[in-house]
Design a protein around this ligand. Structure first.
Ligand code: NAD
Length: 267
């Protein structure tokens, strides 16, 4: 087991990628704090973790709210005495509008949850990690931060570039204390977030453009996060790991383009 008896927090773990990360960590022996803004979802994931023989604490907190995040940190320390791993996964999709039409309040909300939330959760756990001179932080950004969002607007893209910038600073500052900070950038991953945004025909078109031929699953993302949270990655920090089935490689209509190249090289 890769995370035996470690204490991990996964934000936004009530469903989707966060749930898959929480369950994967539990499979590897971690005790997991399941944060979400929806308590019922957090409780149901926590029950699955307990059924696997691990401890779990479902905790309702809005990651963009400083006092709620602080209460969560205090409760975890009271209950478990330490924090080994933080995964900042909570996020919202934002608008799908063009810049001139994005309402200011939507912009502010996306920045508050997707970017300030990461900042607040890091601020809460860092003192404990520094004290113990160990810890792993994995921030979930997006392929949007490698180019632009495939479904969302500039609000979402800007927030995720912010997560990458914050992560680079944190990695630099915290290496001094032996703490690793890395980023996973998911490509198109089938969850409620994407299901709600994309009609079936759009989903099929997106899949057709992924060189590895399909949407990523939440479990594909969770395995990458597990690697970065484990001691196998102890000399990796400030790294961005794209989990996208090769999407970033593609420029144009992937299957047609590669088939044309193959045909040309055979003649
Ligand atoms: N699904 C994709 O294709 C994709 C691609 C790139 C990046 N991501 C990122 O992965 C992460 C997870 O995405 P997902 O697809 O699983 O989304 P999702 O909508 O299925 O799940 C997100 C979870 O976060 C919770 N949440 C939302 N706001 C919160 C808040 N303020 N405080 C605490 N919890 C909150 C939600 O209740 C939900 O349970 C997000 O950061 C998202 O931006 C997803």
């Amino acid at each position: 087991m890769e995370l035996k008896d470690q204490i991990a927090i996964v934000t936004g773990a009530g469903r989707g990628i966060g749930e898959a990360i929480a369950l994967t960590f539990a499979r590897e022996g971690a005790h997991v704090v399941v944060n979400d803004i929806h308590l019922d979802d957090a409780i149901s994931v926590a029950r699955k973790i307990e059924a696997m023989g691990r401890k779990s604490l479902p905790f309702k907190a809005d990651v963009s709210n400083k006092s709620e995040v602080k209460s969560m940190g205090d409760e975890i320390l009271k209950r478990f005495g330490t924090i080994d791993i933080l995964v900042n996964n909570a996020g919202i999709g934002g608008s799908s509008l063009i810049v001139k039409d994005i309402p200011e309040q939507v912009w502010d909300q996306v920045m508050a949850i997707n970017l300030k939330g990461v900042f607040l959760c890091c601020q809460t756990v860092i003192p404990t990690m520094i004290e113990r001179r160990r810890g792993k932080i994995v921030n979930i950004a997006s392929l949007a931060a490698r180019r632009m969002s495939f479904l969302g607007g500039a609000d979402y893209t800007a927030s995720k570039y912010g997560v990458v910038g914050l992560s680079h600073h944190l990695a630099y500052e915290l290496a001094y204390y032996g703490i690793n900070v890395n980023v996973v950038c998911p490509g198109a991953t089938l969850t409620k977030m994407t299901d709600e945004k994309a009609p079936q025909d759009v989903k099929e078109k997106i899949a057709a453009r992924v060189p590895l031929g399909r949407w990523c699953s939440p479990e594909d993302q969770a395995e990458a996060v597990l690697f970065l949270a484990s001691d196998r990655a102890k000399m990796i920090t400030g790294h961005i790991l794209d989990v996208d089935g090769g999407q970033l490689l593609g420029f144009g209509n992937y299957p047609e383009d590669i088939e044309r190249r193959m045909k040309a090289s055979q003649t």
